[in-house]
Design a protein around this ligand. Sequence first.
Ligand SMILES: [Zn+2]
Length: 256
Amino acid sequence: MQLVHDLKLAAMRVLEKAPDSIGSVSSVNTTERIIVPTFDDGPTPTRTEAVLRALADHDATGTFFVLLTSVRANPGLLQEVVAAGHEIGLHGMDHRHLPTLSRDEAGDVIRRGKAELEDALGMPVQWFRPPHGDQSVETWRLIREAGMTSVIWSGTSHDWNPDATQDQRVEKATANLDPGTILLFHDGHAGPADLGDPVPEPALDRYELLDRVLRIAEARGLRAVSLSRALENGTPVMRPHFNLHPRHLASAVRRG
Ligand SMILES: [Zn+2]
């Protein structure tokens, strides 16, 4: 087991030296005073509407990584998100951990998810955020082969964490709010119906959380825009992001 462990560590070190070739977008290198809020697992009633209200109140845009399970249940909400000027990326057909699937099955759900979402939108989908942030080199490559780029994050609001208070969420989301930060939020809650883990949904006011974070950002001269808008005057920061060992999956804190 020690040898396997050493080999995996060596592989990680090689990967970390080649971030441009095997990286995922983790933030944006920019001189603009912008941040990129992102929203996973939607669109869903109430939650997505709360997020849309907060973004509108701050004249902000964001990038929504949608689940096809949510899109099928709420097609009108998807169109509302688009009509409000936000960007849509793919989070998946469902919320399974991609590295636990066979190569064929993972490739199939990534490709079919992209095709179904593009049909619903009538436009190409460029970005993919892996469920739970779980990614192997193989699933990273499948995302690339499907014509998308993997996107992770550089800051999180902990809105997935039932143990965090709202004050702690605001504090965590704004602690390292630099220009180009990609911030993780959720406008849905993936559960068994999405083939996700049976984890409890935190009780939180998603409007209030986003409103407070955006107020603090604005006080620092930072405004919120979608990822593609941020990249108009910036370049993606690519970082290797892999969970190579099943142990990482078993112990991973739920996120993404
Ligand atoms: Zn998710």
